[in-house]
Structures are given as structure tokens and as C-alpha cells.
Design a binder for this molecule. Structure first.
Ligand code: GLC
Length: 727
């Protein structure tokens, strides 16, 4: 074993093993036939720490971990400071780039990006290769392993113990969580290096925090984008779009963001505007802006092949498109029919592409939606570019699509975000993406792609979104009401109730399906959806503060129950409830015609949000849930801010007064963060922070305030105390 600047190298018979440390909780293992450590993928933003200490008998130690290496096989065993085994290799197949680890004490395996699975993936085999799912299966279903995103990161959890494994490899990768062999967990890459990070907890929150050190956290969003979004493929003309805006206001549906899908372009040519359908594009956008709406337009990577079309011509002349082996431009097909694909691997191409957004923003576009960026290609059986097509690095090195595929979407969102930040430096950018890789959280929010208006897809959006949150992506959601197929009024109500409590909240539907804006059904549907969208807005300060936490630590905004109750095994397989922050338990109804449901409450006291009744946890209860009720429980000790007024088009613009709802219980604490919700001035200290402490008292619970930072006006705050009410 040899000590290098940043770690150790061990020469085995088949390979070298590089071991690098990223602080006391994170160790990187790289198997390679080279003496140099291979470069990381674009996901990584963290550098290793300088190697210290000296190894004893092939054991390396940090404050928290000990790594023992078998010098012949190069297998490792990792243990904590009490010598409990946390990870143990059973075998490494160097040529197949596969590692098999012993299944130890893991009771749950979670994370792994966007998957159509239950929350707990123990017993699941999956592979990671960004896919335009709709073109490979008629509909999302549990047999589809490869979804729109690839995030090769999973977390093994048991009471008192948790670790993460992040495989930093952008080729197609696969995981087998004790399926082929119940005693083994294995992972494999189709190319590149076996380069993985072991990330220690022992809590799930610490694993995610450490993973976020490596791959980044989401930036602060504009507060507006935490509101309700309305979309459809497509609002075909500007009149149709304006009518939607007017209907939202007329029906008093709070909504901040409207979408223009592909119909606004001339023949689906990116960075063009159809003279026929959107002939007053700029004026329409200005009008919507004056009404208070932000408008997002779709920008896909596929560039139409057409002589004289400026994007195609310029990209072709400058050699900006992905080529076939040999150098000819590769031509596939997306919405504009024949299409070519920008090679976002090169910074020059990203800058060129980014610059093309300037005109859209000048017209009044507020934010960008990147779709079809797996990238989708209708000519191929697996609906994406052939693996042997060629990308080029900044220094001209050729790289196969097989290696770039999973980061293609990441690269497009990077180009987009950097452009928006360059063009409007003091406005927080918003980019939405379908395809993603580890690290995408730094650039974009994500929606889970083409789901359908079926109850099962609403149900699966809970494990999907919570597992995405455990994979570093906090700002995600599914199309509310479902994209494909026809939504019913009842489904829309139940889905809006759920969507109001998932981070990215957009109603979107496919061309040719029934309209599913809230007013398209009947008065009851309209009234209930409105109530829940309003509830979303009343809780906007709470949302915003959770996003702030995510920006600082990577913590997800919505969390599976075990995130805060890791010692409670009952929580490991709960798919149909989740926590919003630490204190709000959300229990949606996920089946038609159902008017009550079981609710699991972990140990402690829980206040029923609607009735005020207090329940003792550590058990299941049954709750009535007629169509207008989404059961919600607030943990005793929670301080939950409610904005007094709704700030959305057609509503009063608020002065920001907040009612702090304090739910009697022990150890009540809340940190309130306030800034302008729009600019980057907070980076210059223009924000305020205040700590609130709730003291438990059966008659008169007391709240104490402490301002810890004053750099922005603090709104008027009043307190509403909810006493314990154990009937
Ligand atoms: C893709 C997207 C969908 C969009 C459609 C048309 O299917 O996933 O959201 O509406 O393309 O642009």
C-alpha cells in the first residue's frame, strides 16, 4: 500500500485500488488498471481531503470508519468505530465491473432516483439508463426498470444504522438489491471504472447531508415557483393561454406559473415562435406578467434539420452536434421530425445554446422547461441515440454516447441554468427537467414525466417523489391529474390534495385527453381543488423554509416516515403516507370511492389538523376522509407558519403577515427564514432569521422569540396555540 497526496493506492493481481477520503464519513473506492485516479463524472463537486496517518495491516481509519482491505482480492470491509460491519465485499468481478456485497443488517434500501417501485427497494433489481419511457412501454409500470432519470445512489437503513453507496459512473449501471441472491446486494457498470463512495450516517439525514456535500444541493427557488402551476400539451394559441389565466382568476384558483408546451414554436423548431399561433407572443407574455403570472416555455434538445434555420445552420457550421463514428452529424427524429442533437459535453456548445435563450427572455419568458432530454430519439428501438455516436470534450477527445447518455439531461439543464443566470443575474432561475443524473439538483427541478390519469400512478408518485428526495433531488413532483388518459373529477380532487403537499405542484395533461383544469368538472371539484390549492399557499412560508433547509443541507422537503423515525420498524414500508418537513403527516386517499383510511402515527402525540383532536401515536388509527378531507396530523411541539393572506394573481398581494400555529408538545422549535423570495440579495446578507421556542404547558404554552439575524423586514407574527385535546 502506497500513500499518495490524496489517499492510498494498493496493487492487487487484477487491478489497482485507490482509496480516498472526503472527511470522516466518506470514503471513495476506485478500481482501475491505471496508477492515476480516473476523473469523476460531472455530478461531483467535492474534492478529497489530504491523506493523513499511516495504514496498519491494510486497515485505514477515519474518526468514524475503519476500512480493511484484502490485499489479494482487493475486497473491502468497512466498519464503524465500534467494529460493527457496515459493508462487506463478497466478490469483485473486475472485467464485468461488478461488486457483490453481503446483505448485512439492511431492512430497507431506498433512494435510487426515480423508480416505479414501492418505497423500500430491497428485493428489487433495476438499471439506470435515462429513457423516454412512453416510447418503450405504453405506460409507466413496475416492469419498467429504466425511467427518465439515472441516479446510481442508494441508502441501506436499519434502526441505528444507515449508509449510502453512490456509484459515480455515467454509463448504464444496474443494481440488484438481494434479488438474484437473497444474501447479496450488487452493483455493476457497463463501462468506465468501478468508482464508488461509501457514505456513512448513522442517520438517514446524515447520509443525505454527506451525499449532498459530494453532489450539491438545490439552489434557493423563487418563492413563486413553490405555488401552483397550470399546464397542458398544449395551450395552442395565445388566446387559449390567456383564457386559462382569466379562468384561474375568475374561479379564484391561486396559480403563479403557466406553461407553453411545444405548440408555440414554428414547426417545433427550438428558439422560434409560430407566427400563426403566437403572433403577439411578447404582448401576451407582458399581459400575463402584468396579471402576476410567470410563463415557462419548453425547450427540447432536438434541433430540426432544415436548410436556412439559424440554429441548425450555425450548429452545423461550427461542429456543435453529436456525430456518428467517422464525423458525419448523427440525425434522429423528435417532434420536428428529422433532428440533430447539440453536444452539451463541450462548454462552447453549452454557451452557444445558452445564448439562444436571450431572445426568449427578452420576449418575457420567465423560466425554461427542458424535456425529451434523455435524449429522446424516435428512430431507435430504445428511443435514444445509438451508443456509438460521438461527443467531444473541450480538448477534442472523443467520448461515446454510452458514457455521456446519462449526463446528457444534466448537461442541458446546466447550459440552461447558467444562461438564465447570466442573462438575468439577480433573478433566481427556474429550470424544469425530465432527465436527470446525480447532481441535477444543482440546476433544475424535476417532474416524473409521462404518467397517466390512473389511481395507481397517483399512488406511486409518493414513493417516487420521496425516493427522489432521498437521492438529493428535493424539488420534484408528478403531473397532477395524470398526463396520459382521461382524468375524472374525483381523481383530480384526490390528486390535487396530494399534489398540494409534494414539492413541484403542476397540473398537466396530454393532447387529446379531456381537459383537466380544476373548473372543467363540476362545482364540487372546483371548490375542493381550490381549497387545497389555497392551503398550499397558506403554507408557502413553511415550504420556503424547508427549501432553505434543503439548500443548506440537501434535506428532502417531503420525507418517508422512517427519515424521522428510524428506530420504528413499522415505518419502513409505509408507501401511502409521508412527512412534510418533520411535523406534518400527510395521509392522502388513493383509491376511488374510498371515504376513510388507516393512518399510522409514530410514537408521540399528534394533533388532527382539521378537528384539533390529539391522538397518542405508536399505533394505527382509522380516519374518515370524505372527498373534501385529506387527513393531516401535526406532531405535538410543531410550530407551523400559515401565511395570513394568499399571494397569487387575482388575490390580495400580502404584506406577509404570518400566523404561527403552535401545537402544544415538548421541545417545540422553529427557525423562520425570510428574504425577498426573488433575488440573490440574500447572498449579501439581506435576510432575517428568527428562532421560536415553544414551552409545553397544559394550560398556557409559551412561545419565545429570538431574532438571530436581521437583514430583511420581519413580517407581523401572531401566535395561535392549539392545546392538547385527548378525547
Ligand atoms: C413529452 C413530455 C410531456 C409534454 C410532451 C409534449 O411527452 O413528457 O410533458 O407535454 O412531450 O411536449
Amino acid at each position: 500500500m502506497e500513500r499518495k497526496d490524496f489517499g492510498y493506492i494498493i496493487e492487487g493481481t487484477m487491478s489497482y485500488l485507490h482509496i480516498l477520503f472526503y472527511g470522516s464519513h466518506i470514503v471513495r473506492f476506485v478500481y482501475s488498471d491505471q496508477k492515476e485516479v480516473p476523473p469523476s463524472t460531472m455530478a461531483m463537486i467535492h474534492a478529497p481531503k489530504k491523506a493523513v496517518g499511516s495504514p496498519e495491516h491494510y486497515t485505514l481509519k477515519t474518526e468514524k470508519l475503519a476500512v480493511n482491505v484484502d490485499r489479494k482480492t482487493l475486497s473491502v470491509r468497512i466498519s464503524d468505530q465500534y467494529d460493527h460491519t457496515l459493508s462487506e465485499d463478497l466478490g469483485i468481478a473486475f472485467s464485468e465491473k461488478r461488486i457483490e456485497k453481503k446483505r448485512l443488517w439492511e431492512i430497507g434500501i431506498y433512494g435510487n432516483g426515480e423508480k416505479y417501485t414501492w418505497l423500500n427497494q430491497l428485493g428489487v433489481k433495476t438499471s439506470n439508463y435515462n429513457s423516454d419511457v412512453l416510447r418503450q412501454a405504453t405506460i409507466h409500470n413496475p416492469m419498467v426498470e429504466q425511467m427518465h432519470t439515472a441516479i446510481p445512489f442508494y441508502i441501506g437503513v436499519a434502526p441505528g444504522q444507515a449508509y449510502g453507496i453512490y456509484l459515480d459512473n455515467s454509463y448504464r449501471t444496474s443494481f440488484d438489491f438481494a434479488v438474484s441472491n437473497r444474501e447479496k446486494i450488487s452493483f455493476q457498470a457497463e463501462g468506465g471504472f468501478l468508482d464508488y463512495y461509501f457514505i456513512y450516517g448513522p442517520t438517514v439525514a446524515e447520509v443525505i447531508k454527506n451525499y449532498s456535500l459530494l453532489t450539491g444541493t438545490p439552489p434557493m427557488p423563487r418563492k413563486k415557483f413553490l405555488g401552483y402551476h397550470q399546464s397542458r400539451y398544449s395551450y395552442k394559441t395565445e388566446d387559449e393561454l390567456l383564457a386559462v389565466a382569466e379562468n384561474l382568476i375568475k374561479h379564484k384558483i391561486p396559480c403563479d406559473v403557466l406553461y407553453i408546451d411545444i405548440a408555440y414554436m414554428d414547426a417545433y423548431k427550438v428558439f422560434t415562435i409560430s407566427e400563426k399561433r403566437y403572433k403577439n407572443f411578447k404582448a401576451t407574455l407582458q399581459k400575463l406578467k402584468s396579471m402576476g403570472f410567470a410563463v415557462v416555455v419548453i425547450v427540447n434538445p432536438g434541433v430540426k434539420v432544415e436548410e436556412g434555420y439559424h440554429v441548425y445552420e450555425e450548429g452545423r457550421q461550427k461542429g456543435y452536434f453529436v456525430t456518428k463514428p467517422g464525423g458525419d452529424i448523427y440525425q434522429g427524429e423528435v417532434w420536428p421530425k428529422p433532428a440533430v442533437f447539440p453536444d452539451f459535453l463541450r462548454s462552447e456548445v453549452r454557451q452557444w445554446w445558452g445564448g439562444l435563450h436571450r431572445e426568449l427572455l427578452a420576449q418575457g419568458v420567465d423560466a425554461i422547461w427542458n424535456d425529451m432530454n434523455e435524449p429522446a430519439d424516435f428512430t431507435q428501438e430504445n428511443a435514444t441515440l445509438p451508443e456509438d455516436t460521438v461527443h467531444r470534450t473541450d480538448d477534442g477527445k472523443e467520448v461515446s454516447h454510452a458514457e455521456v447518455h446519462n449526463i446528457y439531461g444534466l448537461l442541458q439543464t446546466r447550459a440552461t441554468r447558467e444562461a438564465l443566470e447570466m442573462i438575468e443575474p439577480n433573478k433566481r432561475a427556474f429550470v424544469l427537467t425530465r432527465a436527470a443524473f446525480a447532481g441535477t439538483q444543482r440546476y433544475a427541478a424535476l417532474w416524473t414525466g409521462d404518467n397517466a390519469s390512473v389511481w395507481e400512478h397517483m399512488e406511486c408518485s409518493i414513493p417516487m417523489v420521496t425516493n427522489l428526495g432521498l437521492s438529493g433531488l428535493a424539488f420534484t413532483g408528478a403531473d397532477v391529474g395524470g398526463y396520459q388518459g382521461d382524468c375524472s373529477g374525483e381523481l383530480l380532487v384526490r390528486w390535487t390534495q396530494l399534489g398540494a403537499f409534494l414539492p413541484y405542484f403542476r397540473n398537466h395533461s396530454e393532447i387529446g385527453t379531456v381537459r383537466q383544469e380544476p373548473w372543467e368538472f363540476n362545482d364540487q371539484v372546483l371548490d375542493i381543488t381550490r381549497e387545497y390549492i389555497r392551503l398550499r399557499y397558506y403554507l408557502l412560508t413553511y415550504w420556503y423554509n424547508l427549501m432553505r433547509e434543503s439548500t443548506l443541507t440537501g434535506a428532502p422537503v417531503v420525507r418517508p416516515l422512517f427519515y424521522h423515525h428510524q428506530d420504528d420498524l413499522n415505518t419502513y414500508n409505509i408507501n401511502d403516507q409521508f412527512l412534510f418537513g418533520e411535523g406534518v403527516m400527510v395521509c392522502p386517499v388513493l383509491r376511488p370511492g374510498v371515504n376513510h383510511r388507516m393512518v399510522y402515527l409514530p410514537l408521540g402525540l399528534w394533533h388532527d389538523y382539521w378537528t384539533g383532536e390529539t391522538h397518542v401515536g405508536g399505533r394505527y388509527i382509522t380516519r374518515e376522509a370524505p372527498l373534501d378531507i385529506l387527513p393531516l396530523y401535526i406532531k405535538a411541539g410543531t410550530i407551523l407558519p400559515h401565511d395570513r393572506l394568499i399571494s397569487a394573481p387575482g388575490y390580495e398581494q400580502t404584506g406577509g403577515a404570518i400566523d404561527m400555529h403552535c401545537y402544544a408538545g415538548d421541545n417545540g422549535f422553529y427557525r423562520l427564514y425570510i428574504d425577498d423570495g426573488l433575488t440573490n440579495n440574500y447572498l449579501q446578507g439581506e435576510y432575517s432569521e428568527m428562532e421560536l421556542f415553544l414551552e409545553d404547558d397544559p394550560v398556557q404554552p409559551l412561545v419565545k422569540e429570538k431574532i438571530t439575524k436581521k437583514g430583511f423586514p420581519i413580517p407581523e407574527i401572531s401566535y395561535k396555540i392549539h392545546l392538547k385535546d385527548c378525547r
